[in-house]
Every structure is written in structure tokens, then in C-alpha cells.
Design a protein around this ligand. Structure first.
Ligand SMILES: [Zn+2]
Ligand SMILES: [Zn+2]
Length: 167
């Protein structure tokens, strides 16, 4: 899902912000971390470890996992809540924009969706109310919708495994 309009590059200032957040944890923006960040910025979409590995063939998977863990610890990257099998990663909302996810429980596809300002306001009001009733100070929310994507809803489903040589 690359931005085809206005050819907006990565938001300026992201690099500087990332650098200072890493610095606070005593981490440097190394080549490997930078490569993963650039990938996530360019994708504008949560990426799986498989997609990251495919796009960065020179980076061992173990290093990719380590970099992602460091970037998460520095609050630069977050893991999209899905099953372990379908873990995906994206930039934190402080570096992008507030949005929600549609997560397919069958194939793991994640679709980013932004809600209207009116819906956000109504949701925040309700959620703040719920939180405050528990003496909890709300700051933000994460709401993901779980279900089946269009492909998986199709007759037969998209994820039925082809079992070769079984006829
Ligand atoms: Zn699906
Ligand atoms: Zn929201």
C-alpha cells in the first residue's frame, strides 16, 4: 500500500525522533535497524517477519527479530495484536497516524482502517468513561476487529492448503 498520491516520502523528522528514542535506551540506529525502519515507513502497512525477511535477504532472520525487539523496546515499532503465528509489526502511532486494524483470523491479513473523527470522538468518550469508572487514566486506545477477509470468505476459502500428490 504505497502512497501513490503526492509522492510523500517518509515524514520528515521521523529519523531524528527515532534516533533520540533509541539513544534514550543506549541504542544506535545501525544499518540493520535503519533498513527495517525504512521498510516499515515505505510499506505504510504492518509487515510480517516473513515479509521483512523477503525484502531484506541479506539480513539473517535472527537479526531481524533482535532489531524488532530493540525497536519495540524503544517504542518506535509496535507489534500488531494477532496470533503468534501471524505476528506483524508497524511504526508506533506517534510516528504515523491513529488507526485501527481488521485482522483475518484465517490467513493473518491485516488491513489498516482509519475511522471518522465523529466515530473516534464517540469511541473515546465511551472508553474514557469505562476507564475512569475503574479509576484508570486513559491515554489512547487500540481497537482491532477480528474476522475473515474477503478472500477467506470466498467459497472454499483462500487458505485451504493444496496437498500435492494426494489424489
Ligand atoms: Zn484471510
Ligand atoms: Zn481509534
Amino acid at each position: 500500500m504505497r502512497a501513490s498520491h503526492d509522492s510523500k516520502g517518509p515524514p520528515s523528522g521521523v529519523d531524528a525522533q527515532v534516533r533520540s528514542q533509541l539513544q534514550r535506551r543506549g541504542l544506535r540506529l545501525t544499518g540493520g535497524r535503519q533498513a527495517i525502519l525504512n521498510l516499515l515507513i515505505e510499506a505504510q502497512h504492518p509487515l510480517s517477519i516473513g515479509e521483512i525477511a523477503a525484502a531484506l535477504p541479506g539480513l539473517p532472520r535472527s537479526s531481524a527479530y533482535r532489531h524488532l525487539a530493540d525497536l519495540q523496546a524503544a517504542a518506535v515499532v509496535r507489534r500488531v495484536a494477532a496470533s503468534d503465528e501471524f505476528a506483524r509489526f508497524e511504526l508506533v502511532e506517534e510516528l504515523t497516524i491513529h488507526h485501527h486494524h481488521l485482522i483475518c483470523t484465517s490467513c493473518g491479513t491485516v488491513i489498516d482502517v482509519a475511522s471518522s473523527a465523529a466515530l473516534e470522538q464517540a469511541m473515546s468518550q465511551h472508553l474514557d468513561h469505562l476507564a475512569l469508572a475503574h479509576g484508570f487514566q486513559p491515554q489512547s486506545h487500540r481497537i482491532d476487529v477480528l474476522g475473515l477477509c474477503l478472500a477467506c470468505r470466498a467459497p472454499g476459502g483462500a487458505t485451504i492448503r493444496q496437498e500435492p500428490g494426494r489424489s
